[in-house]
Each structure stands twice: as structure tokens, then as C-alpha cells.
Design a protein around this ligand. Structure first.
Ligand code: KG4
Ligand code: ZN
Length: 349
């Protein structure tokens, strides 16, 4: 089966072709970073307009690179939500128009499901079940994943998402947008012990996260720090990153310990989403996973951040299970994964 994947949930236009036998035939991304950089964040209206300009030419390029005619596709998968309403609408309209014109089935995919399944795109592939830490610009969540379409949310952020905390801190430090990679670069030159920032909730019951106290502590320090020299910025970035990583690792370790007590071996941890591209985070998580007796799976950085390969893959899985959407499926800007119609597990809390 050969599936076209389309991703337009935020500020990246992504297109991919995945083939059951031949694997990932082509995937490309057009980033809108330059378009939004001067505003310090994504401007939804500009994002939608750029998706309109880019998507159809990108589909033609990716199909050519994959050596496939659109008529040879077996199905089209697109990101149905969550995300920016206007941006999602572009992907949904093009996917449904193609499906109608070509007479091919179309399926709307939950963006977070794409991230959760993205480690399955590369070898070695994790078997189910696994614990998943999903860390993106909009989400910081822990799931128990029993199989495709079987996601149980066990932990969530009470305020900011991890990526959002990186982005806001980078803005505060004048490091630009997107903040995650900028913080990581600056942190590499800094002293992570220079400031002892709070690690919210690390000792609390449950598996939830919180980042707003950390963000506020960085802001207060910046306000009283005087001149932000490159060294001062590097120390602040390194100290922030160390605290954020401690929060993520300690809560994930708690979830691993919980699963290790309840479920038989082998135990697996999957880490996905844009923040998973952070090298220091993956090193710390790898150490924690090893210590807890878990095998860790983390996609290559280009598959951690938004991409259409993960959407094509998730589409393939759902087509294989018989999913087909009507052409009237509406984009879902807000859409909890455990409430998604394709999730059969449901949330514990
Ligand atoms: O998954 P993603 O590409 O888009 C969403 O679905 O949100 O995640 C984007 C987030 C942004 O907040 C970005 O700053 C963060 O991932 N990010 C990173 C790194 N690369 C991207 N955060 C920390 N370190 C990185 N290297
Ligand atoms: Zn994403």
C-alpha cells in the first residue's frame, strides 16, 4: 500500500510518500521559520496563506522524488488536528480534493498520534506496548501505548508545554525563534549550575508536569541580572535547560517505575515530539531508561519535529485497520488524543 501524507497543523508544510514494501520513498518539509521570525512566534493567518502557496507544488515535488504518480497512490492521510484552524483547513481541503479527484480513500490523522508512532518509521522498531513521553511545542504528556489506536494518557502538563517553555525562555533571552534549538546551542557554552532554578512537581504524586514556575524564575533572574552579556545568556540558557530536563526526566522515570511494577518485561520507552531533538535531554533520558531497565527509542531529529512521514505512517496503519473518512471530515483545532474517535483505550483520569 502506498500512502501520501500531508502535514499542515502549524508552521511547516510537510509532504511524504510511504510504501508498505519500499518504506519511506520521499519526505519534504517547507519551514515557515523565516516568515514568522520577526514576529517572535507563529502568525496563524500568515501560516495558512503560506500553506496554500506551498502545499500543491510540494506534493508534485515529493511524488516526483518518490517516483510515483498520484494515480498510483492507495490513499491520502492528512493531519486533521489539533493545530491552527486555518492551517489545518488547507491540508484537509487539499487531501479531500485529491481523494475526490483520484477516487482514493482519505483519512484524517491526529497529529499527536503521528508523533507517538514516529519511532516506528526507523529500525529498530519498538514493539507494543510502550511508555511514551511526548514533548512538543504544544504538549507535554506521558502515555501508555498498547497498540495503534490504544493510547492511555497518564500524565499531562498543568500549564506550559516543554517546547513552549523553551520558546518563551529563548524570547526572553533574545535568542530568537524557534527557541528550542537556540537554547540548546547557547546552553552548550554555559554553566548549568550558575543558577539553581526550581524543578516544579518533581516530587509530587502522579505523572503531571508544570513549567510555569521555572519560566517565571528565569524571568525574575533576567530582570535583576543587569546586562545580558553572551556569557550571562549562555549560563541562563544552560541553567534553564538543566531544570527543564530534570523535570522531564524525573516524571518519566516515575512513569517507568510505575509500569515496571505493573507490567511484565520487556519494558520500552518511546520519546517523540520536537523537544526530543534535544541532545542533552535524550542523553539524560537514555541514562534514566537504562537505570529503570527500559529500552529507549527516539526518532532521528528530522522525525522528532513536525513532518509528514509520521502522518503517512499513521495513515497506513489506519487504512490497514479499515479506516475511511467521508469527505466532510472537519479539521479539529482542539482535539484531545484520548477523545479521538480512533482511540479505543481512553484516558485513566
Ligand atoms: O513537534 P514539534 O515540531 O511541533 C509541535 O507539534 O509543537 O515541536 C516544536 C517544539 C518547539 O517548541 C521547539 O522549540 C522545540 O520543539 N524544539 C526543541 C528542539 N528542537 C525543537 N526544544 C529543545 N531542544 C531542541 N533541540
Ligand atoms: Zn508536532
Amino acid at each position: 500500500m502506498r500512502v501520501l501524507g500531508i502535514e499542515t497543523s502549524c508552521d511547516e508544510t510537510g509532504v511524504a510518500v510511504y510504501d508498505t514494501d519500499a518504506g519511506l520513498l520521499a519526505h519534504r518539509l517547507h519551514s515557515q521559520v523565516d516568515l514568522h521570525a520577526r514576529y517572535g512566534g507563529v502568525v496563524p493567518e500568515l501560516a495558512s496563506r503560506d500553506h496554500i502557496r506551498r502545499l500543491v507544488p510540494l506534493i508534485e515535488e515529493v511524488a516526483a522524488e518518490a517516483g510515483t504518480r498520484l494515480a498510483d497512490l492507495d490513499g491520502i492521510a492528512y493531519t486533521q488536528g489539533p493545530g491552527l484552524a486555518g492551517a489545518l483547513l488547507v491540508g484537509a481541503s487539499v487531501a479531500n480534493a485529491l481523494g475526490l479527484a483520484l477516487g482514493k480513500p482519505v483519512v484524517g490523522i491526529h497529529h499527536l498520534e503521528g508523533h507517538l508512532l514516529s519511532p516506528l518509521l526507523a529500525e529498530p522498531r519498538p514493539d507494543f506496548p510502550f511508555v511514551a513521553l511526548l514533548v512538543s511545542g504544544g504538549h507535554t504528556q506521558l502515555y501508555e501505548v498498547a497498540g495503534v489506536g490504544r493510547y492511555t494518557l497518564i500524565g499531562d502538563t498543568l500549564d506550559d508545554a516543554a517546547g513552549e517553555a523553551f520558546d518563551k525562555t529563548a524570547k526572553l533571552l533574545g535568542l530568537g525563534f524557534p527557541g528550542g534549538p537556540a537554547i540548546e546551542r547557547a546552553a552548550a557554552q554555559g554553566n548549568p549550575k550558575r543558577h539553581r532554578f526550581p524543578r516544579p512537581l518533581v516530587d509530587a504524586d502522579g505523572f503531571d508536569f508544570s513549567f510555569s514556575g521555572l519560566k517565571t524564575a528565569v524571568r525574575r533572574t533576567v530582570e535583576t541580572a543587569g546586562e545580558l552579556t553572551p556569557n550571562a545568556v549562555a549560563d541562563l540558557a544552560a541553567s534553564f535547560q538543566a531544570a527543564a530536563i530534570d523535570v522531564l526526566v524525573s516524571r518519566t522515570t516515575k512513569a517507568m517505575e510505575h509500569v515496571a511494577r505493573e507490567a511484565p518485561e520487556p519494558h520500552r520507552l518511546v520519546v517523540a515530539g520536537g523537544v526530543a531533538a534535544n541532545k542533552s535531554l535524550s542523553i539524560s533520558l537514555a541514562t534514566a531508561a537504562k537505570h529503570s531497565g527500559f529500552e529507549m527509542f527516539i526518532p532521528a531529529p528530522s522525525l522528532c519535529t513536525d513532518n509528514a512521514a509520521m502522518i503517512a505512517w499513521a495513515g497506513l496503519e489506519h487504512f490497514a485497520m479499515g479506516a475511511r473518512d467521508g469527505l466532510d471530515a472537519a479539521p479539529r483545532a482542539r482535539w484531545p488524543l484520548d477523545a479521538s474517535r480512533r482511540n479505543v483505550a481512553g484516558a485513566k483520569s
